[in-house]
Design a protein around this ligand. Sequence first.
Ligand code: HEM
Ligand code: HEM
Length: 146
Amino acid sequence: MSNITVWFIRSAMVYFLLAIILGLYMSVAGPLYPWMQIHVHFNLLGWISMMIYGVGYHILPRFSGKQLWNDKLSYWQLWLANIGLVGMAIGWWVRNASNDSAVLLIFSLVETLSIVFFVLNMMLTIKAAPAPMPAPPRPPAPPVKK
Ligand code: HEM
Ligand code: HEM
């Protein structure tokens, strides 16, 4: 497995654990703001999306029979996805404390950029992938004895 896949899967596991701890807390305390939003996005952008990014970087180039279009872009995406998500969590916390949405907006844009980088890299990797090899002809069936 490449480093990018390993680091996305590690990140996904960490967000999963954090999200579940928040979920357990809310099972007792109720769907509190901002913990509910942080729980949801640690689960959906952290656990689920990062697992998909990690697995996607591993299998989509192989399915396409091509190299990943741009390795550097994938590392930028890893950093931006993590910085964006942690920043969004801080942003919800700041908005809750001071009603100011600026931090949330800035890190939401960072997270969005990471998504754009993933989509771009994958679209250009799977573009014009070679057609699968045709299946070899089947041998003729043996004659039926009467
Ligand atoms: C041990 C595991 C989990 C626990 C204890 C837990 C707990 C909770 C609790 C208490 C709420 C607030 C619900 C309410 O009272 O209205 C909530 C909301 C939510 N959880 Fe979890 N959760 C868990 C795992 C997950 C996972 C794995 C996902 C997604 C992959 C997820 C996605 C959501 C979403 C989307 C909401 C928001 C629902 C809404 O908008 O009303 N949760 N969770
Ligand atoms: C750049 C990516 C994303 C940004 C910036 C973003 C931002 C937001 C914001 C600002 C809210 C409103 C929360 C509030 O009440 O203050 C929200 C809610 C929500 N988002 Fe996202 N989101 C993103 C991606 C996603 C993805 C990929 C999913 C699902 C796969 C998702 C699922 C949800 C859900 C379920 C809610 C409702 C949560 C609740 O019940 O409070 N979001 N999102």
